[in-house]
Design a protein around this ligand. Sequence first.
Ligand code: MBD
Ligand code: FE
Length: 296
Amino acid sequence: LQTTDDSFDGGYFEEERSSEVVNSRIGDAADPRLKEVLSVLTKHLHNAVKEIEPTHEEWFAAIRFLTETGQMCSDWRQEYILLSDVLGVTMLVDAINHRRPSGATPNTILGPFYIEGAPEYPNGANICLDHKGEPTLVRGRVTDVDGNPVAGARIDVWQTNDDGFYDVQQKEEQPEYNLRGVFTSDANGDYWFQTVKPRFYPIPDDGPVGKLLGDLDRHPNRAAHMHFIVTAEGYDEIITHIFTPDCPYLKEDTVFGVKKDLVAEFHTVDDPAMAAQYGLPNPFLLTDWNFVLAPK
Ligand code: MBD
Ligand code: FE
């Protein structure tokens, strides 16, 4: 066997061309997209290792971190999504996939706390079932990019309670489906509901990703937000948030989810007649918020 022959290519490991050696093993029957993905990943991973020059111990620590990240740290959560979130990759993937026409409501991060099957309510209902926090009326219109109302849009909303926890994080303390609900825009495209002003809170930081943030001297806080998924027949699904304008973490959201166009206003309204009309205490907070849907 003439293994020193120049025509024998790709077989031997050489530091200088290490990723090429690895990538040359990919066979003709491989799916072309998989081949592209793995070739690029291998190239950049090898370049990173060449730049970092890890010791064996450091490389093993990296593998241990990734292994821990994949363990279930509660009955429903492992931490790869959170890792992607805090490294900004989730927002980058979203940006690449949702370059919407200007004027349409931008997307932001979905997060780990969405659950399907929240109660469907008539407009005006109060999603805050534990009665803690500052009462807030959220109201607005769903339109297309030309400003025409979109009737029958489905508005799925969820947020933390006034202590900064989602219902699923506190199954003992909070009523089921606390601060979750599904509303439908009326014939004019209008929707409205009652909730409480969201507060900033730390992403779950008891696992490997929280430890990494600590080691990096990064805080774990998300800017205060309300989540929405807005869908309507024929339009691009919107997965988004609204943010409060006065949150100290607005400019340093730990998962990079804040966009300028998603910061709402929360006005104090002192108007007994309006409060009575909506069944709110007086005074209350008012957030006017429209959703603009782009065609599919
Ligand atoms: C959240 O509530 C959230 O919205 C995201 C994106 C990540 C962690 C917790
Ligand atoms: Fe969230």
